[in-house]
Design a protein around this ligand. Structure first.
Ligand SMILES: NC(=O)C1=CN([C@@H]2O[C@H](COP(=O)(O)OP(=O)(O)OC[C@H]3O[C@@H](n4cnc5c(N)ncnc54)[C@H](O)[C@@H]3O)[C@@H](O)[C@H]2O)C=CC1
Ligand SMILES: CC(=O)C(=O)O
Length: 377
């Protein structure tokens, strides 16, 4: 199979979908890799590194997209990339379609087989989301601490306090991978940490994991309102796979926060859980202020630490991509239920139930959609 890797074009997105080691793995299995010139520069990989591993370096993104049978990316394609979609193309990347209706339509209209990293599932975990959630979770506490500084618009507190002065309070809503990693760093900084989740089982696990050093609360509007009002920093970390994030922190709750408090809505890639987060921000301009509260809503947080993130992401994605390349998408998806659950669009239909429900399309099971696709070809 011919694998294409274009350079990422989202604001300050310095990750790349493949490392030279990944290229070598594809080449060893008899595949060809075409990568856009300088695609790896932001992560510290030169064109020469990729060529030494066996890749062909192409100057233009258009050449990569048009040559490839499978395009591997990091972030969802932006509007300027939709023109590259065509029937038969396999796209393997983060998609977050519940929050990207235009992208969903473009993929359907062009009959792309689109496999979303974030819905590939194994043993009730999301193996291709986990590494980036680990990164974003850790970053969220660090970033929150930074924006609490006066010079960054915050209320001017140190999360850890100092002897004789109170610690800062961090409320984390969603105790999954992002939430757990945020709690680790917030606790390490010396903050008083509260984690809210809808799963009592998850809270029990967290209580044990942190040796009762954090407060845990079951998710309901009353507990969320109280914990938000008290918090210096709120971190949004809820996920319902494939679906739009529920708005759990209302505008009224945000109004109860103190001036200079900070919210970091990590779940923004699925639409965000904070009602007053009304836009996606970028690494260039990461925050805005509303009701005196600093709002941060960057949808590609790991893009700011690209070297760590590219290694972590590709460690997880390349083995799945190799299965697709070795067997072809139809057989790979048939053999591997995890990959089956990653297919969001095929044969012009939405093939992931929660995405179809969210975007108001008829859900078509992957096997039927792929059959249609192969009959059409
Ligand atoms: N902005 C960015 O750059 C990045 C964003 N993310 C996003 O962060 C979000 C969280 O991801 P993960 O932690 O990996 O998901 P996860 O599945 O590990 O955790 C989600 C948690 O939310 C909880 N939950 C669901 N409904 C809830 C409710 N009503 N109240 C409280 N808790 C509830 C679940 O029980 C689960 O523990 C996702 O949207 C993910 O895509 C991840 C990486 C980077
Ligand atoms: C998960 C995701 O969207 C990211 O890492 O950018």
């Amino acid at each position: 199979m011919i694998i294409g890797v274009p350079k990422e074009i989202k604001n300050n997105e310095n990750r790349v979908a493949i490392t030279p080691a990944g290229v070598a793995a594809f080449v060893k299995s008899g595949h060809n890799v075409f990568i856009e010139s300088n695609a790896g520069m932001g992560s510290g990989f030169t064109n020469a590194d990729y060529m030494a591993a066996g890749a062909v370096v192409l100057d233009q993104a258009a050449e990569v997209w048009s040559t490839a049978e499978m395009v591997m990316k990091v972030k969802e394609p932006l509007a300027s990339e939709y023109a590259f979609f065509r029937q038969g193309l396999i796209l393997f990347t983060y998609l977050h379609l519940a929050a990207e209706p235009e992208l969903a339509r473009a993929l359907m209209e062009n009959c792309v087989t689109a496999i979303a990293y974030e819905t590939v599932e194994a043993n009730r975990t999301l193996p291709l989301l986990i590494p980036m959630s680990e990164v974003a979770g850790r970053m969220s506490a660090q970033i929150g601490a930074q924006f609490l500084e006066k010079s960054h618009g915050g209320k001017g507190i140190l999360l850890g306090g100092v002897p004789g002065v109170k610690h800062g309070k961090v409320t984390i809503i969603g105790g999954g991978v992002v939430g757990t990693n945020a709690a680790k760093i917030a606790l390490g900084l010396g903050a008083e940490v509260t984690v809210i989740d809808m799963s009592a089982e998850r809270l029990r696990l967290l209580d044990e994991m942190f040796n009762a050093q954090i407060n845990t609360l079951i998710s309901n509007p009353f507990n969320i309102a109280e914990a938000v009002a008290e918090a210096d920093l709120v971190i949004g970390a809820v996920l319902i796979p494939g679906a739009k994030a529920p708005k759990l922190v209302t505008e009224e709750m945000i109004k109860t926060m103190q001036p200079g408090a900070v919210v970091v809505d990590v779940a923004i890639d699925q639409g965000g859980i904070i009602e007053t987060v009304d836009r996606i921000t970028t690494h260039d301009s990461p925050t805005y202020e509303k009701y005196g509260v600093v709002h941060y809503a960057v949808a590609n947080m790991p893009g700011a630490v690209p070297r760590t993130s590219t290694f972590a992401l590709t460690n997880a994605t390349v083995p799945f991509a190799l299965q697709i390349a070795n067997k072809g998408v139809k057989q790979a998806v048939k053999d591997n239920k995890s990959l089956y659950l990653g297919v969001n669009v095929a044969g012009g239909s939405i093939t992931y139930e929660a995405v179809a429900r969210e975007l108001d399309y008829t859900y078509v099971p992957v096997e039927l959609a792929l059959e249609k696709e192969f009959l059409r070809a």
